[in-house]
Write a protein that binds this ligand. Sequence first.
Ligand code: AP5
Length: 214
Amino acid sequence: MRLVLVGAPGSGKGTQAQRMQARHGVPQVSTGDLLREAVAAGTELGRAAKTVMDAGHLVDDRTMLGIIRERLARPDAKPGFILDGFPRTIVQADGLEALLAEIGQPIDAVVLFDIDPGVLERRLAGRRTCKRCGRVFHVESNPPRPGETCTDGKPHDLVQRPDDNEETVRLRLAVYRERTQPLIDYYAKKNLLRRIDADGSLEDVDARLERAIS
Ligand code: AP5
């Protein structure tokens, strides 16, 4: 399975990719997570990316294509992958197509997470991520279950992302409309696009996603 998940910030791409990866035996490849790992490691890439991410802008296409090339070359991506947050521009989509043609692994489908912008703001304001295992939660709609522990047996260590504040969220949504929405037509013309309603319970969205790719 080789999937691309496209949708506005907070539409639920990461949450559904995390649920799907175990079921389908292919890794979630989140460029946001890869960048946040570089930030946490304090690498040169991480230091440069932090300023851009905290401001809500996009990291440049050349850097992103380099990151994705390196990630897809790892052995766990051989059976397939779920791309979450990549591509985000037409240049990235063209670059991905060329890369996948080179390694003989074309995309099976691109799923668009359709959602009302009003829902996004509530989701992002309440999002919390476990610092250790990276799982995504929500203070209201998806908190850890009572007594649930992280992989090390301790309670999840939940933090809020620095780019989930009101001002940065507004800018990220504008960047999405301007730079990423053109991908909808791009992939529709290639006959790869499937649309799902991304509002509803986690289980409902999950079922719609499975139907869309079956
Ligand atoms: P990235 O980490 O990719 O952020 P994003 O695309 O803005 O997407 P999000 O992670 O905010 O949302 P999501 O759709 O995954 O929603 P989630 O599942 O968490 O990118 C961050 C930054 O990195 C970018 O701004 C940019 O600077 C840089 N970057 C990354 N990729 C790049 C690229 N390709 N090119 C250039 N720059 C790049 O869900 C949100 C919340 O809602 C959670 O709390 C969740 O629990 C809750 N929720 C999910 N589903 C439901 C549901 N059905 N019902 C109720 N609550 C739900």
